[in-house]
Ligand binder design. Structure first.
Ligand code: SAM
Length: 275
């Protein structure tokens, strides 16, 4: 039997987390939005989706709503953005950060959206499908709610592309083996699978851009990579005794000597719903 969403990663069911972890996850979403490498990913997505004034857009798995509010600025007063997230805690946090832009915040599952057919002109779905059981079902749902000729933009991580330098390679492999499917989703290759999933869903005009994010300090990397983030509580690591501390000491040493390096590819894939 497939594991329930909540058994997989912290982002799969934020409402099931401890208060400490849920606050950490919310802070992480905000910090990620400010990170220059995530901004670079988003610029590529923005160009692929090409939002325009007057459109109704869906931000599926919208987190704290930063992207929804950016998109709302683009669609303007005659348009609208629907920000839908699985977690009611995250949706409440997004509402708490609301400005006066035209965003409607809803709690919902990307696999079973409570929206009519052909309802939106475009979809943004960022770093969500890697946490979802049944990504193709979610994509079919995004296609259903998008009007013919509308554009769907999927953004997802390829965790299998994660690589480090500056720390002992053997130790890094052991740590990654422990945290894969735990800090990071079991669907570790989601990013690279997006293009073929959109081909299978019948979309045309496909674009696929791999954006390789570069982190040259532990502090910069920790915003996106939980396995170098000392704020992630020790009990969440589920690593054998001593391994986390040994690894984080090596990460610190590499940071201090200026030799720390990490790379991670995030894919931006878009396509047009057939007319
Ligand atoms: C890594 S966060 C990304 C949030 C936002 N897209 C961003 O880029 O800041 C993943 C989000 O997906 C949401 N999520 C996970 N499974 C979902 C589902 N089945 N339906 C809707 N949202 C989901 C989580 O609650 C979380 O807010």
């Amino acid at each position: 039997m497939e594991p329930a969403q909540k058994d997989r990663t912290p982002f799969s069911d934020i409402d099931a987390l401890s208060t400490q972890m849920s606050e950490l996850v919310l802070d992480a979403l905000t910090e990620m939005s400010r990170h220059p490498e995530i901004r670079r990913v988003r610029r590529a997505a923005y160009e692929a989706l090409c939002p325009a004034a007057g459109q109704r857009l869906l931000d599926a798995g919208s987190g704290a709503g930063e992207v929804a509010r950016l998109l709302a600025a683009q669609v303007g007063g005659t348009g609208e953005v629907l920000a839908v997230d699985h977690s009611s805690a995250v949706t409440a946090a997004a509402v708490g950060r609301h400005d006066d832009s035209n965003v409607r915040y809803l709690t919902g599952d990307v696999r079973t959206l409570d929206l009519p057919d052909d309802y939106v002109d475009g979809v943004w779905c960022e770093r969500v499908l890697q946490h979802v059981e049944g990504a193709d079902r979610a994509i079919a749902e995004l296609v259903r709610v998008t009007r013919p000729g509308g554009r769907i933009c999927l953004i997802d991580t390829d965790w299998d592309s994660l690589a480090f330098d500056g720390m002992p390679a053997g130790l890094g492999k052991v740590v990654l083996a422990h945290v894969s499917g735990h800090f990071t989703p079991q669907q570790a290759d989601m990013g690279r699978t997006l293009r073929r999933r959109l081909v299978a869903a019948g979309l045309s005009g496909l674009t696929a851009i791999p954006v390789t994010c570069l982190f040259t300090s532990p502090a910069s990397a920790a915003v996106v990579l939980p396995m170098v983030n000392p704020r992630v509580p020790e009990e969440s690591w589920a690593t054998p005794p001593g391994l986390r501390d040994e690894w984080l000491a090596c990460v610190d040493a590499a940071g201090a000597s200026g030799t720390f390096l990490a790379v991670l590819t995030i894919w931006v894939v878009a396509g047009t719903v057939p007319v």
